[in-house]
Design a binder for this molecule. Structure first.
Ligand SMILES: [Mn+2]
Length: 408
């Protein structure tokens, strides 16, 4: 990411701000012996993948003032942590010309505080029974000394920008999706009955890193048999028995842009008749809902329709008789916005617009039959309707069986 991408984003955000509003974004912190993952809003606006930095912008009467505060390098810490990014490089990547060190943050902020009406920051959700987020902790002195300043979470302000993806962002998502698809097919070819769920996870992660991506988009779910009926099963620790259907809800990330794909396959290469019936019910709903996607359609209406369609399928499958029992076998919503956050900004009441990317993920979960099926695609809203970004990842029973069997 560089300033050609993130500078126009900042300019668009300034347009949404009022005079005397300020932005303060804190980079993620680097924990000891932890893999670093940047804060998504900070990365979106600055393009910088470095810990501890702070971005400050103030919208004055006639001009915007922007500052970036970064860590000092010091020779002792360099032995442990390596070289830090310098001021010139940070300015070059972000397009923010005034780069200072972190100790200047409060002195500079103090100069602006008497003028500021509202601060938008990545403080996250604040609740009495939750610890303060790090950004909120850093803003406590402001709240105490300048109680007239409103401090707000940046989410609402930035959502209209982040939910419409640029071509560059679509390219990141497409890369993450394609690599995830290759990893899923690696698993179809190499998984065998008797393997552990985490061995399949390893095959996919090998594909992700071999393909030049570094991270998962979210904790992968590899769930065999009845484990698939636990919606957020993340243990991936069970042995896979012959005859089981394996559900994989997985996604690689490309520069924090996350894929989110679910596919199911039979470990021994053939779906049983019952697995086929349930699978085809879910596949039917997946296709029907996808075909409804177009600008102007409400995400909530897609969900309500999926509810009706799954209801019909559950009756056909002999699982329910009464409409009101759908929630017993389908208990989540049809999808969500997708982007830097796997469950991206956008909201459930959203009306779809060109450039949105959402997931379509109907499912049927039958714990009493040790069976759960979900089929999830990532879909971009276009002016003509939609484009399934995950269309190259097979989902027809015959295609999946063929790939699994060909390797045996
Ligand atoms: Mn999802």
């Amino acid at each position: 990411m560089n300033q050609d991408i993130c500078k126009p984003r900042r300019e668009a955000l300034f347009e949404l701000m009022k005079i005397n509003d300020a932005l303060i974004l804190f980079a993620a912190r680097q924990g000891q012996l932890e893999k670093f993952k940047q804060d998504n809003n900070f990365l979106y606006l600055t393009g910088l993948d470095i810990p501890h930095a702070i971005y400050l912008a103030f919208k004055g009467q006639n001009a915007i003032s922007e500052f970036l505060f970064i860590e000092h390098s010091n020779p002792e810490r360099e032995v442990w942590e390596g070289k830090k990014m310098g001021k010139n490089e940070a300015a070059e990547i972000s397009g923010i010309s005034r780069v200072l060190f972190l100790e200047d943050f409060y002195p500079i902020l103090s100069q602006y505080c008497p003028l500021i009406s509202h601060i938008y920051s990545n403080i996250g959700v604040q609740a009495l029974d939750m610890p303060l987020s790090y950004p909120m902790f850093r803003l406590i002195p402001v709240r105490e000394r300048y109680p007239q300043i409103g401090i707000h979470c940046i989410t609402e302000l930035i959502t209209p920008l982040r939910k419409v993806k640029s071509d560059w962002e679509i390219a990141q998502l497409q890369r993450a999706i394609d690599v995830t698809g290759k990893g899923i097919m690696d698993i179809w070819e190499n998984a065998r009955p008797g393997m552990m769920e985490y061995e399949l996870e390893a095959m996919l992660f090998y594909r992700i890193q071999r393909s030049g991506l570094k991270h998962w988009g979210f904790a992968p779910i590899i769930a065999a048999g009845g484990n698939a009926a636990t919606l957020h099963y993340e243990k991936n620790e069970c042995q896979i028995d012959a005859g089981q259907l394996v559900l994989m809800d997985v996604g690689a990330a490309s520069l924090n842009y996350s894929a989110d794909i679910t596919r199911c396959f039979p470990i021994n290469g053939s779906f049983s008749e019952r697995q086929k019936a349930v699978y085809n019910s879910v596949l039917h709903v997946n296709k029907e809902i996808t075909s409804m996607i177009a600008p102007g359609v409400k995400l909530l209406d897609l969900h309500l329709k999926s509810h009706d369609l799954i209801c019909e399928e559950l009756i056909k499958l002999g699982l329910i008789k009464d409409k009101k029992d759908v929630n017993k076998y389908y208990m989540h919503s049809i999808g969500h916005f997708l982007g830097m956050d796997t469950h991206d900004l956008g909201g459930r009441d959203a009306v779809l617009e060109v450039g949105n990317v959402i997931t379509v993920e109907p499912g049927i979960y039958i714990p009493e039959e040790n069976l759960g099926v979900r089929i999830e695609d990532d879909v971009m809203v276009t002016s003509e309707g939609y484009c399934v970004l995950s269309q190259n990842i097979p989902k027809e029973i015959e295609e999946i069986e063929q790939i699994v069997k060909a390797s045996r």
